[in-house]
Design a protein around this ligand. Structure first.
Ligand SMILES: [Zn+2]
Length: 253
């Protein structure tokens, strides 16, 4: 069992009139963008982490009622789960890459199932991870019926810009935030994972990738970005050239 030291760790990057916050937990991360009294949420943790998302918003001086919209990197349960109940309760819309919409509505599921995990399930790290995420709702199949495609311009607090990052799922998206200095990479590029022995920038385990080749091409495309901070979907914040982090990930994974 993974015993969290505290449930989450928050770090921030300021850019002009807005701030971007990485909320890091032992199992998955989400991001808050704050501009004036408005908040944009990027991803929402597991279903069992919805109350932690609310607590993280209060931690930065906001209220869940301030969420003007949410963005999704991809529709896996560890990123979408908390948004299911929060979007219903607080009435905000959840936007994503147009390709990911039907996935978020659960018209199909591109997520590792027991058969994908089976070949690695004997590993102690995988067993500990399963023990940690099962009570958080890893088996939930609930989607977001009202999932919406983002348009060409996102009019949300913090001014996020989508960056196509397909492969981990067909419609996975990353986002540039904080005046394009921070890449919110979702699972396209991570800096750690409970089942990985590697520390630092890496591609997530092939067992979790829907399309490994496309996912690697996405990481190659990140080597052309100028961002200087990485807010990954898993693992701690990474300070340094995101292009270098992408090159390192391609080397080690
Ligand atoms: Zn994930």
């Amino acid at each position: 069992m993974i015993v969290p030291k505290s449930r989450f760790l928050i770090s921030r990057v300021d850019a002009g009139s807005s701030s971007a916050f990485l909320v890091h937990t032992d199992v998955v991360n989400w991001v808050l963008l704050q501009e004036g009294s408005g908040i944009t949420l990027i991803d929402g943790g597991y279903p069992g982490q919805a109350s932690d998302v609310v607590e993280s918003i209060r931690h930065i001086g906001g209220r869940p009622e301030d969420i003007q919209g949410a963005l999704l990197t991809h529709a896996h349960v560890d990123h979408l789960g908390g948004l299911v109940s929060l979007s219903e309760q607080y009435g905000f819309d959840v936007y994503m890459d147009p390709v990911e919409v039907t996935h978020a509505r659960r018209e199909y599921l591109q997520q590792a199932g027991p058969l994908d995990i089976l070949p690695i399930a004997y590993r102690p790290r995988v067993l500990r991870w399963l023990a940690a995420v099962t009570p958080l709702g890893v088996l939930s199949r609930k989607g977001i019926d009202g999932a919406k495609p983002f348009g060409t311009r996102l009019d949300l607090p913090g001014g996020p810009t989508p960056v196509a990052a397909h492969g981990h799922t067909d419609g996975h998206s990353a986002y540039l935030v904080a005046d394009d200095t921070v890449l919110v990479s979702g699972d396209a590029l991570v800096s750690g994972h409970p089942i990985s022995a590697i520390a630092g920038p890496q591609c997530i385990s092939d067992a979790f990738q829907h399309d490994v080749e496309t996912a690697r091409r996405t990481v190659e495309s990140f080597t052309r970005l100028d961002a200087t901070v990485l807010f990954p979907g898993h693992g701690p914040r990474y300070d340094g050239s995101v292009a270098d982090a992408a090159r390192r990930a391609l080397d080690v994974s």
